[in-house]
Design a protein around this ligand. Structure first.
Ligand code: AMP
Ligand code: ZN
Length: 470
């Protein structure tokens, strides 16, 4: 399997650090509002890549953070006369609802920056001790020029960057040794959330958050670090500098970046009025359509969002779902007994579509070509599975189809669950998790019992609590 590595600017064979295991980190959203459809792109494409890695037998430790302390969150809290925590908790909850709608698997861990401050202080201390960082009046900066590999991801040259920075004086940053240095820790301003540290009461810079959460949940060296292409510089470049300077080893082996989602060929922006949240789209479409639309392009190609393209995604998805229904119908009403010789031969031929699908996914996660393979398979199934076919044959083809759709995160058979119920159950699960965290086990148990009475069974797994109907 090959993936395009931003670090080498080449497609490279994927070889994990530890055989059979993948450690993957995807930069998550800053939670001050409902997520927009641009934010949904990395969520969907990297979730699909994770599903494919799992299909290939890898055990994937998938970590994706929520940035829950940030200027925008604080601004919103001031506007609403509430706390930054209330704002971030509210939008994490909403984001998880959208993720569920888009059938994005919960990460192995979804760390919150505000819960990892201790680790950040430790890493900054280390950087100060080994000369890669310095404190001036409570602000700690990273000494960029000291990190010799700075620019290796974004292919930027330090001297060119310096020239660009020379005339820019940022208020409050006069004490920097070099304009290229970036903030690791900053003192609080009046009314801001803060934590005590050896340098000042304050909060971490954005870049150090990801370096630390990645280290804590995945270790010093990871296989894949991913996010949107706008994060290459400075965010990911700075993460590399911090992590490699602190840990003394390579941070991430492969860097994957998705291209942007535009609307009507323009950059999505609130001021242009061409800005959609995932929730806006959910009013008009099943979010499966949004997912399918996102996967219809290769993740490194810019993708244009338009009504027309959404309509075409909708009808494409319907074609697949209808073929699935037809197969299920034959599985129920077709002939009993073994496949005929001709059917056996066709079932063998069907393997070719799996191969096509895998070849596409092995080629830098080319979901566009993988979807073409699914369409070819749909055509094959539609023309070869008649009402008079055997149940076993229909079953054989359905298994293939369900498997390929599952990798893409497309649900072939929607169970009759009431959306309202789902949101309620998720809310109860979140409440129970919080109760357990607070060591309020009586409350946690009573929530489990209450759901059990309604016929909902909870199962605690490594990826979190799963539910099913009894
Ligand atoms: P943010 O909350 O702005 O840090 O963004 C969260 C993730 O969404 C990052 O990986 C961004 O690169 C990505 N992202 C933001 N806007 C877009 C867009 N229009 N298209 C694709 N990805 C985006
Ligand atoms: Zn990040």
């Amino acid at each position: 399997m090959k993936i395009y590595n931003t670090l080498s600017k080449k497609k490279e064979e994927f070889v994990p650090i530890e055989e059979g295991k993948v450690r993957m980190y995807v930069c998550g959203p800053t939670v001050y509002n409902l997520i927009h459809i641009g934010n949904a792109r990395p969520m969907i494409v990297f979730d699909t890549f994770r599903r494919y890695l799992e299909y290939k037998g890898y055990e994937v430790n998938y970590v994706s953070n929520f940035t829950d302390v940030d200027d925008k969150i604080i601004k919103k809290a001031i506007e609403e006369n509430t706390t930054a925590e209330e704002i971030s908790q509210r939008y994490i909850k909403e984001c998880k609802k959208d993720m569920q709608g888009m059938n994005i698997k919960p990460a192995t861990t979804h760390p919150l920056a505000t819960k990892e401050i201790e680790g950040m202080i430790d890493m900054i201390k280390k950087l100060v001790d080994n000369g890669y960082a310095y404190d001036t009046d409570g602000t700690v900066y990273f000494r960029t020029r000291k990190f010799k590999d700075y620019g290796k991801l974004s292919k930027k040259n330090v001297d060119d960057l310096e020239a660009g920075h020379r005339d820019i004086k940022v208020a409050g940053e006069e004490s920097k040794e070099d304009p290229l240095d970036f903030v690791l820790w900053k003192p609080k301003k009046e009314g801001e959330p803060s934590w005590s540290s050896p340098w000042s009461d304050g909060r971490p810079g954005w870049h150090i958050e990801c370096s630390v959460m990645s280290k804590k949940y995945l270790g010093d060296e990871i296989d894949i670090h991913a996010g949107g292409e706008d994060l290459i510089f400075p965010h990911h470049e700075n993460e590399i500098a911090q992590s490699e300077a602190a840990n003394g080893c390579q941070f991430a082996k492969y860097w994957m970046h998705n291209a942007f989602l535009n609307i009507d060929n323009k950059k999505m922006s609130k001021s242009l009025g061409n800005f959609f949240t995932v929730r806006d789209i959910a009013e008009k479409y099943d979010l499966q359509v949004l997912r399918f639309f996102m996967l219809s392009a290769h993740y490194r190609s810019p993708l244009n969002f338009s009504d027309q393209l959404m309509e075409s995604a909708k009808s494409g998805l319907e074609r697949i779902v209808t073929a699935g229904e037809k197969l299920r119908d034959v599985m129920k009403n077709g002939k009993d007994g073994a496949m005929t010789e001709a059917e056996r031969k066709l079932a063998e031929d069907a393997q070719e579509y799996i191969k096509k699908f895998e070849d596409a996914m092995d080629d830098d996660c080319n979901t566009a070509n993988a979807i073409s393979a699914v369409f070819e398979f749909v055509k094959f199934a539609n023309s070869n599975v008649k009402e008079t076919a055997s149940k076993t044959f229909a079953e054989e083809l359905y298994k293939i189809m369900a498997q390929l759709c599952d990798i893409l995160g497309i649900i072939l058979e929607k169970k009759d669950v009431n959306v309202g119920d789902e949101a309620y159950i998720e809310e109860m699960i979140a409440k129970r998790a919080q109760a357990k965290k607070d060591k309020d086990f009586a409350l946690a148990d009573s929530i489990r019992d209450e759901l059990a009475q309604k016929g909902i069974v909870l199962k605690d797994t490594r990826e979190g609590t799963k539910w099913s109907r009894a």
